[in-house]
Design a binder for this molecule. Sequence first.
Ligand code: COA
Length: 185
Amino acid sequence: MIDTEALRTQPELDGENVVLAQLDDSYFAAAWEAVRDPEVIRLTGTHTKFTEEQIHRFLASRPGLEDRADYAILRKEDRAYLGDVVLSDIDEHNRSGGFRIALTGPDVFGKGYGTEATKLLLDYAFDVVGLHRVSLEVFAHNPRARRVYEKCGFVREGIQRQALWWDGEWHDVITMAVLKTDPRP
Ligand SMILES: CC(C)(COP(=O)(O)OP(=O)(O)OC[C@H]1O[C@@H](n2cnc3c(N)ncnc32)[C@H](O)[C@@H]1OP(=O)(O)O)[C@@H](O)C(=O)NCCC(=O)NCCS
């Protein structure tokens, strides 16, 4: 059994330098900047060009869902919005879910926020929601993200060859997962 109530209510997750809080439309301004940042777009392979209306609708519809948890990553000292981290595609029968994370842009990369947010979300996924497995996909050309995932316990499981067409070239996609029983550094 997984705890769907924990997904619906999404408790705030408290770390040393970041806090994870329910994502909602109050973060629109910063989230709208992030979806238009060229480096975030490149590293997430986002082909879609979103409208403001789509982002408002997406953010406003996040609270109360029972099959996923969308968290805003906030800097602890001033609760500034740093990005989002998501547990999605929850499969109750197999107690599994998917993971994604994106900070708002290069000015906040490389400061440890992504590692801390990933660890907080995994602790929530395994210890609170009761999942057994969390998986993700990452582009081969994203060594920073790959390093963060390895540091948080994700294990490389496979490679989807030339699964992304970007800027006139094919790129490989790496699949990784972490189990509840794996070491979580
Ligand atoms: C990926 C992301 C979440 C990582 O968060 P972050 O806060 O920037 O990363 P951290 O500061 O916590 O850790 C970065 C680690 O990568 C390492 N790193 C940075 N650049 C690297 C590179 N080119 N090669 C290898 N390692 C690299 C750092 O040294 C650090 O590891 P260390 O602590 O062992 O020294 C963030 O950069 C981001 O949102 N990027 C844009 C969107 C994205 O790529 N999302 C993931 C899509 S799968």
